[in-house]
Design a protein around this ligand. Sequence first.
Ligand code: M6R
Length: 609
Amino acid sequence: MCGIVGYVGEKDAQNFLISGLKRLEYRGYDSAGIVTISENGKATLIRAKGKIVELEKKLSKNKNDDKIGIGHTRWATHGEPSENNAHPHKAGSIYLVHNGIIENYKELKAELVSSHDFKSNTDTEVLAALINSFYDNGKHPLVNAVVQALKLVKGTYGIAVVSELEPEEMVVARCGSPLVIGVGHDETLVASDASALVGHTKNAIYLNDGEVALITKNSIEVKTLNAEPVSAKVEEIETNLAAIQKGGYDHFLLKEIMEQPESLSETLRGRVDVENNTVHLGGPGLSQDELRSIKHLVIVGCGTAYHAGLLASYYIEKFTPEITVEVVIASEYRYRDAYIPDDSVALIVSQSGETADTLACLREIKKKGVKTIGIVNAIGSTIAREVDGGTYVHVGPEISVASTKAFTSQVIAMVMFGLTIAQAKSVKSSILAPYIKEIAALPEEIRKVLKDNSEIVKTIASKYVDYDHAIYLGRDTAYPSAMEGALKLKEISYVDANAYAFGELKHGPLALVDDRFFEIALLPEGPLFEKAVSNVQEVLARDGHMIVITDAQEFDLPVENVVKITTDIKIFTPLLMNLISQLFAYYTTVAKGFNVDQPRNLAKSVTVE
Ligand code: M6R
């Protein structure tokens, strides 16, 4: 949520700031701004409501070649999206960009209101004024003023600060909101997400919570807020340019849907041994004894990550007896007085590795002495660094706000974790082998399903563009898949889509069926297929407008549309059906003419509660 960039070096700062903000725009896109400072301390502040293109329009009239600057793309928390509320915020001679939330801003503002003329409704301007009060017109070093101010702050922040009075340096700090420093030649770059640095440098320092850095074009000095020096580790940025570009697709979402054969292959690389029917996960770092002793799994996530956990739990229960699996929504669980039994392990699921509620759960669970394992995509993210062990899903950057390729890989990564437990518990190889075989075959099956069905789904989607309500239905493993399908549709096409377990229909939702609604039913072949078919008939008997997604080739009920998947997969069919749901949401949104990658009101990576 929100994106920060900063530059100090020998090149034109505005160029990097704008290109960096464009890379981070998926994190927040309701307003944006940059400030640059000339060698003699003249600031150029440009801010605009709306997307970065609005900022660019203003830039042409304010072009300069200043060598230092900071920028921000915003997702509003305090104060509506407007130019006044856009960052950077100014107080005296300092400018500040900020991600996160200053929780005690009201108390701080009450103290500052007599010395600072507040122009916005943001908590960020309060922090700017606070820093300025300690800066005292440059009488104290900027870095000291920042540290003194941050010691009074409650909440979360990733910040970058520059001053007209010290136009060769920048101060950055983090607490609960990521900040990366790119180490270049005669230039130092700053971003809240390493993707903004790709193509500029491969070397980065990831700040830890409670650290502050004073940076110039060729120096980076990291300290704790208590002034203890930190010897910061320079790490390699693994992302490449192709991974953050659309690569010929109209939208990141379609690219990310289509690259699932490759992204899942990356998840599996070196972890699946089909010949010996085993999986190997190094990251969790649990001994065979520890794995054997696990009796309970808690899976924590939000949104799509939660659905991934739910789907994985159905599988893990099927092949690992003597284990209970509880899947929880992070924003709820963090405040519950939940008892976690002995011999539990918690799986913390997050694509971004920065989701505030998931991170809070991780910290609560750790306090209870429970081992935590991350199922994370973003390398070096906060969750990845705070868990006891973990399995990266390695799907590469996911830029579209709607999560797609991460879901598929999260499910499989968790199933593989379940399989490692089952192996340690000596579950018969004949029980585990079908899972392992299918996991290995999935990337190719995904490729086939996407290729065979893309055009069919596009045509079907075009018929439902005028509907505002949808019901997704499924049983057993198809139910979490239906939930994920509904989330995708509602998130990007603004259709009021909800999922129900088929068995729940008669307990209420059946009353909804009328001409305002269409229904999407997921019908994998298997023990519950006939029951699901009966449920479809119940909807048809009420004149429901039904689309069925199935792998049963002989399915012949008179529904409005059928997507028949041809596949050898038997166990993980709901994952293949979810590809159809992803495509359906994509094509519906394109047909409706909405912004596919940046749906209204949302942002990638929810770093505030
Ligand atoms: O980065 P995370 O996986 O922790 O994000 C969790 C949710 O915010 C995320 O999955 C969200 O629901 C997506 N926009 C859904 O497409």
